[in-house]
Design a protein around this ligand. Structure first.
Ligand code: SF4
Length: 296
C-alpha cells in the first residue's frame, strides 16, 4: 500500500522543468495606466535608438569605448581609475530599485524593464498587422491561405527588422555608431560586431516576440526576490477583499488618509532599504581592492 506522503513517481516523471503553456492572446486595453505605459514606452525607445547618434565635443555623447578603456558620458570622460564612481552609481541604482519595489511594487516591471518595453512594441506590431485578440485567434485557427501567409510573414519581417535595428543600436553604444553604419554600407563589418549585432537582434526577436512572460517566469533573477521586498502596504495588483463587493466608493475621510498611508509605507520601507544597502556594500567589499589597485 502507498504511504500517504509518498510522492507519486509517475506524475513526477511527467513534470518537465518548463511547463508547456497555452499561447496567450492578450486583449488590447486602454486607460490611465496604459497611457502612462505608452508614454514611458516611446520615451525609453526614443532614448535608446536616438542617444547613440548624439554628438558632443567631437565624439559620440554616450559611448562605452571598451578597447580604448574610456567611457564618454555626456561630456564626462571616465578612465579605468574612475570606475569606483561607476560602481557607486550602480549601487545607488540598485538601492533605488529596491526602494521603489518595496514602495510601489512592480513599477520597474510594468513601465521600464526592457523586456516589457520591447514586448509592448512587438505586441503593437502584431495587433497592427493581425488585429486584436479575437482576430488573431481566428487567424491562427484558419487554414493557410494568402491572407494568413501575408499577415504572418509581414509580422515576422517587421519583428526581425526591429530585432536587427535593436542589435545594431546596442552595439552602437560600444563601437561609434556612425563608423558602424559606414562599415555596414561598405560591407566591412568585423566578425565581433557582426556576431553581437545578430546575437542581440535574435535575443530581442525571441524574447519579445515569443518568450514574453516566460522570461519573467523562468529567466529573470529580479522576479525571484521581488516577493522578499513586498509587505502589506506595497502597491501590488491583487484582489483586495477589504474594498468589499459591491465596490464601496472612497469617502472624503478615506481620501484624507492617503498621504498619511503613503508616508507610513515609505517609513516602513526604510529598514529594508538599509539592509539592502548593507548587503550591497558587503558584496562590493571584495571588489574594492581591485578598484583601488586600478585607481593607483
Ligand atoms: S520580471 Fe524581470 S524580465 Fe519580467 S518585467 Fe520584471 S524585471 Fe523585467
Amino acid at each position: 500500500m502507498k504511504a500517504v506522503n509518498e510522492p507519486d513517481r509517475e506524475s513526477q516523471q511527467n513534470v518537465g522543468l518548463i511547463q508547456a503553456e497555452a499561447k496567450i492572446y492578450a486583449r488590447h486595453v486602454s486607460g490611465k495606466f496604459q497611457n502612462l505605459r505608452n508614454i514611458a514606452l516611446w520615451i525609453l525607445l526614443g532614448l535608446f535608438y536616438l542617444l547613440p547618434w548624439l554628438q558632443m565635443d567631437g565624439h559620440q555623447a554616450l559611448l562605452f569605448d571598451l578597447p580604448a578603456r574610456r567611457f564618454y558620458i555626456f561630456g564626462i570622460t571616465l578612465f579605468p581609475q574612475d570606475f569606483v564612481y561607476l560602481a557607486l552609481l550602480l549601487i545607488i541604482a540598485g538601492l533605488s530599485l529596491f526602494f521603489f519595489t518595496a514602495l510601489a511594487g512592480r513599477l520597474w516591471c510594468g513601465f521600464a524593464c526592457p523586456q516589457t518595453v520591447w514586448t509592448l512594441m512587438f505586441m503593437k506590431v502584431e495587433r497592427l498587422i493581425e488585429g486584436d485578440r479575437n482576430k488573431r485567434q481566428k487567424l491562427d485557427k484558419s487554414p493557410w491561405n494568402t491572407n494568413k501567409i501575408i499577415r504572418k510573414s509581414s509580422k515576422q519581417f517587421v519583428w526581425i527588422l526591429i530585432g536587427l535595428i535593436t542589435g545594431f543600436t546596442f552595439v552602437g553604444f560600444f563601437t561609434p555608431i556612425r563608423d558602424l553604419w559606414g562599415m555596414i554600407l561598405s560591407f566591412s563589418l568585423g566578425p565581433w560586431e557582426t556576431f553581437w549585432m545578430i546575437f542581440y537582434g535574435f535575443a530581442t526577436y525571441g524574447n519579445a516576440g515569443f518568450m514574453r512572460e516566460q522570461v519573467c517566469k523562468y529567466m529573470c533573477p529580479y522576479a525571484r526576490f521581488q516577493g522578499a521586498m513586498f509587505d502589506k502596504d506595497t502597491l501590488i495588483i491583487s484582489y483586495d477583499d477589504k474594498r468589499g463587493e459591491p465596490g464601496v466608493k472612497m469617502t472624503r475621510l478615506k481620501k484624507a488618509w492617503v498621504p498619511v498611508l503613503i508616508a507610513h509605507s515609505v517609513f516602513r520601507s526604510v529598514p529594508r532599504v538599509l539592509i539592502s544597502a548593507m548587503v550591497c556594500s558587503m558584496n562590493a567589499l571584495p571588489v574594492l581592492p581591485v578598484l583601488m589597485s586600478v585607481t593607483r
